[in-house]
Write a protein that binds this ligand. Structure first.
Ligand code: ZN
Ligand code: MN
Ligand code: MN
Length: 282
């Protein structure tokens, strides 16, 4: 079997280039990072020097793929004009940073409608994406909508909602999907048996297309099926259990897709989770 792109979300503390060594330290082949402090709207610009240091470190490493996760503050579907504008400006900065680092994928949460209604929220998100994509015609970074758990008024907890956004985006080549196992499970998509796993994947394929899946977040869930609550747990430590992860890492349709842990506990726990995942490989 081809080498799996297994890895985790690692820290950029002290400089974005440190993420590469942090990934290698835990034996990751793929990593996810925040490209800046994810709790702030405005970040210090990424210097040419830091970007070069990052690219050189990456080239000289065993890390095959890097994805960025956007800031949690961004809401591209906000009905509040001020938040919407700030979100668009910050999202534009996120993709500019990705481009400057030579990173091909930006994972983002679609947005929350904040009681303006699901349809309105989905339209607003698509409008934001069209504006941003039109402002960056030469960019290569692909924008990956993450399936969410559907907490509060968060959108993206049905595959159909993500497909509705993509349907309304003019340049579909700039778009893709990130599937998070804890999120889909909390959203009500069961994957615990061979039958439910195959059924959920078939639904994903028919609504969104497996060709559009560019990243997977491997997390177990502290909350039950359909709870609509987003709480990650270590692999096998939650309500999803061991078997679905064995099916995912051995699914031939998903071999090339980076699989990133966002489990709690830090480096030591990541290493345990990665060892477990590797032990599943046929
Ligand atoms: Zn996420
Ligand atoms: Mn995730
Ligand atoms: Mn989550």
């Amino acid at each position: 079997m081809t080498e799996q792109l297994l890895g985790a979300h690692v820290s950029i503390s002290g400089g974005v280039y440190n993420a590469i060594a942090n990934g290698e330290k835990i034996g990751a082949a793929a990593i996810q990072i925040f490209s800046k402090n994810q709790t702030r709207w405005v970040a210090k610009p990424l210097s040419d020097e830091d970007a070069e240091k990052f690219k050189t470190a990456w080239q000289n490493s065993t890390i095959k793929e890097v994805v960025i996760h956007d800031s949690y503050l961004i809401n591209l579907g906000s009905p509040k004009e001020e938040t919407l504008q700030k979100s668009r400006v910050t999202f534009l900065d996120e993709i500019a940073r990705a481009e400057k680092l030579g990173i091909g994928y930006l994972v983002f949460h679609p947005g929350s409608h904040l009681n303006s209604g699901e349809e309105t929220g989905l339209q607003k998100i698509a409008e934001s994406l069209n504006l941003i994509i039109n402002q960056t015609p030469d960019y290569k970074v692909r924008l990956l909508l993450e399936v969410t758990a559907g907490q509060g008024t968060n959108l993206g907890y049905r595959f159909e909602q993500l497909s509705s956004i993509i349907e309304q985006v003019e340049n579909k080549k700039r778009m893709g999907i990130c599937l998070d196992t804890a999120h889909i499970f909390a959203a009500g998509y069961d994957i615990r048996t061979t039958e439910t796993y195959q059924n959920t994947m078939a639904q994903f394929d028919s609504v969104l297309g497996l060709d559009n899946l560019f990243c997977i977040h491997l997390n177990d869930s502290k909350k039950e099926l359909g709870s609509r609550v987003d709480r990650h747990n270590n692999i096998g430590g939650g309500f999803i259990g061991i078997e679905p992860f064995r099916m995912i890492v051995n699914d031939p349709r998903l071999v090339k897709v980076p699989k990133i842990l966002e489990t709690p506990g830090g480096e030591e726990e990541f290493m345990k989770n990665l060892a477990l995942l590797k032990s599943f490989l046929n």
